[in-house]
Structure formats: C-alpha cells, structure tokens
Design a protein around this ligand. Sequence first.
Ligand code: ZN
Length: 248
Amino acid sequence: MTWVDTHCHLQLDGRPPAELLDRASDVDWVVVPGVDAPSSAAAIALTAAFPGRVLATAGLHPHDAAAWPEQREEVTSLAATAAAIGETGLDHYRDLAPRDLQEAAFREHLELASELGKPIVVHCRDAFSDVHRLLEETGAGPSAVLHCWTGGTRWTKRFLDLGVTFSFAGPVAFETGETIRIGAALVPPERAMVETDTPYLAPPPHRGERNEPAWVVHVGEALARVWGMDVGEVAAITSRNAVRVFGK
Ligand SMILES: [Zn+2]
C-alpha cells in the first residue's frame, strides 16, 4: 500500500527533507507547494534533489497577497518549471491581506494556470462563496485542487458541481471533524486526494506534533472509515487521482 501526499511543505519544515522522505517509505511521491517566490524556488530545488519523489508548485499564499506586485515576475517565471500553480486562494479567517488584494492575486494565479495549462492548488478558508464565484467565473474548476478541504454538505456539493478535486488533510480525522466527514461522505473517491500539509495539522494519534508525510496514512484511514472502504483501496484510488491531476 502506497500513498501520495499532495501537499506538504518540506521546504518550510526545518528538518532535513531527506530524513522526512526516508521515514515515509509508504509514500511514493509528494507535492511541495510554494507559498511565496523563495519557497517556490526551494520547492523546485527539491524536485532536482529527489527526482521522481517530489513535485513542486509555484505561487503566493493569500496571507501574503499584498506582496503580489513585487513577486509576480519571479513567481511567474518559476511557474514555468513547476508541476502546478499555487498555493493561492482566499483566507477570510485570518484576513492577513486585504480581501481585494487576495482576490486580485488569486485571479492572476488562475490566469497563469490557464495560460500554462497547469493545475492550481487553492487554499480556501472561510471563503467558500468567494472562491466558488471565482472558479465558476473563470471555468477553472476542473483544474483546481481544493487543499485541506473543510467544507460541509452544502459547499461540498456546490464545489463538486464545478469539477474540482478535493484534497483532505488532518482535520478530516480530528475528533471535531464531523462536519468535514459529512462533506467527505458526498465526495466520490475518484475526486479525492490526501495530504498532510506538513508541518501543520498533524492527524491523530499525532495531534499537536510537527506533521510529516509518513502520517498521511492516518488521513487515508479516516476517509476509509467515511467511505466504508478498505484503506488499501483508498491509497490506490487517491494515488491514481494524484497522478491524473498533477500529470506525473
Ligand atoms: Zn499549504
């Protein structure tokens, strides 16, 4: 049984990526998302250091959307060699950047992804309606990955209709994750992937620890319980989906 961890910030973790990848012997490959120009460059450097084991994305996180005018050029040039664009999106939970700037940066990431014909990794926190509007307007749903999906019934259904792929993280396994599990139950396994979001959001039984790719299995186990499926089948289907989405 092997997994694909579709969202882990190995370059932001502080521990040596080689160590984390070695420990994750049941993880075939990982996607390392950039959150700004330097971390996107670092993610791309990891693809050279671990060929076949690491894919990278290039983008600017919505928390830092105010820096988009300064970072646009570098992110755009890094995007040419990345497997996907992002992470981008909207975060109205923390609102660390003004909403209009988050939306402007997200729109340009969507344009970039469409120009390059690459998938786009989307962060959506307390911003379901605005993210939905932008994906609908741009028709980008089928190439969008909604990372760390936390939607319940209503939003899961609406985003399913846009053709997105959902990536589930630790919260689907949290004791408090009932709403997320109710949403996940509506997602056909062919539309789902798993991730750790390393170093954040460690799933039980590691909650509160620094997360790592080896623990993606606990996210997969939670989905297996939701879907009433064998965990090996979840590993196989979500890995196949990751190959399709990221063109590996
Ligand atoms: Zn992330």
